[in-house]
Design a protein around this ligand. Sequence first.
Ligand code: ZN
Length: 456
Amino acid sequence: METLYYICAVISIQYIRTEEKETKMDTVNRKLLDFIAESPTAFHAAHNVAKALDEAGYTRLYEDESWRVGSGKYYVMRNSSSVIALNIPKTEFRGFMMMAAHSDSPSFKIKEYPEDRAAGQYVRLNTERYGGMIASTWLDRPLSAAGRVMVRENGRIAEKLVNIERDLMMIPSVAIHMERGVNDGKKFDPNTDMLPVISAADAKNSLRALAAESAGVSEDDILSTDLFLYPRTPGTVWGADEEFVSSPRLDDLQCVFACLNGFLGAKPAESAAVLCVFDNEEVGSGTKQGADSTFLEDTLVRVCEALGRSGAEYRAALNQSFMVSADNAHAVHPNHPEFADRIDRPAINGGIVIKFNANQKYTTDSVSAAVFAELCRDAGVPVQRFTNRADMPGGSTLGNISSAHVSVDTVDIGLPQLAMHSCYETAGARDTEYLIRAARELFSRSFRRGRNGMEI
Ligand code: ZN
C-alpha cells in the first residue's frame, strides 16, 4: 500500500487583537483570546501549541522513527490534533509530572458534499453535531468553516489546514410570529433546525471552492475533508471591573493555554514535565489520538526505552508520577443557583476548581486533592471545590479515561465558567492567570512517594 505523507500548512491564520490594555492580567487575557481566535478547530489548536513549543526550542519526535532522546525538550503529535510535550531534566528522573487538557470543542461537522438547495432560494450545508452543544447559541450569528483537507499533491496525499476567514454562514432562527411557542422550550432538530445558509441559490462559489482557495490547492485535488463550523464573534473582556472573559471554546482552550504557558515557564525539576493536549474529549476520547488511546502510554514507554530504562523501571516511574486533568468546571449560575450543590459552588475568579465525584467520574481522591491543594497554596493560588448535587448526574472528562492507560494519582480540576458548551462561554478574567501559576509551580516541582507519605 502506498505510504501517505501528511504535510501540514497553516493557511493565513487570523489574529484578532483585542484592545491594548495596560495591566498584566489583561495582557494574559489578550493572549488567551488571540490563541483561541487562532484555534478555530482542534487541528489549529494543536498546530499553535506545536508552534509555541518550536519557538521554545522543543524538538519534534515522529512516531514512525526510533527515538534518540536524553535530557532535553521534545514533543510528539498524533493526527495533527493531539500533542504531547516532554521536558526531561536528567536521564535518571524519578517520574512524570503531567497535565492534560483537550483541544476540541462542540461544533457542527460539515459533511463531505454538503450543499443542499433549500426553499428554492438558498443553499444550506448538510451538517451533523460534533459533541453536545447548546444548539440555540449557534443561531443568528456569523459563522465560518475551518479544519483540514486531504489533497493530492505531487503524487502523494497531503494534509492542509483550512480556515475561511470571513463571515460566511448563518443559521437563521424562525420569526416568533411563525413559531409562537419558541420561548416555551423549543427542541432543536439537528437535521432541520441547525443547517447553516451559505449562499443564495444562484451563487457561483461553493464551500469546497472556498476551502480549496484557503488551502492553496485546486478544488479537484481535494480528496476528503474534516471541516467544522465555528462562530466568528471575537472574544472579549467585560464587566464593570472587567472581571469576565467571554469567547468561543473557553472549554477547553483556556486550560490548554494556561497549562502550555505554565509548562513553558517552569524551572527544571527532578520529575520529567509532560504536557498533554488531547483531541476528541467531547465525543468520548475513543480515537487513536484521544485520551482513551495508546498515545500517552506509547510516548512515555518509548521515552523510557530510548533512555535505556527497563519495563520495571518504567512502572516504578509511574508510581512516582502525578497527573492533573484540566478541563473547565461549572461556576454557580447567577439566575439558577439551584443547579449547584448546596455548599460546593465555584465562584468566577475564585481560583482553580478541584472536581470530586463519589463514583469517580472525576479521578480526584483525598490523595490527589491534597497534593494539588498543597501545590496551589505554595503558588499563592486559591482553590475551590466542585461536586454535583447528589441528585444530579454530572459530566466526565479526561482524567479517568487517561488513568485507565497510564494509572497514576490523578486530580480533575478546571477553571470555573458559565454557559459550558454554548458557542460563546464566560469565565473569570483573573482565573486564567491562576492556572498558569499553578501549572508553572507543578511543572517546577517533583512528586515523590515514600513509605511515610508523599513529598512535592
Ligand atoms: Zn471540556
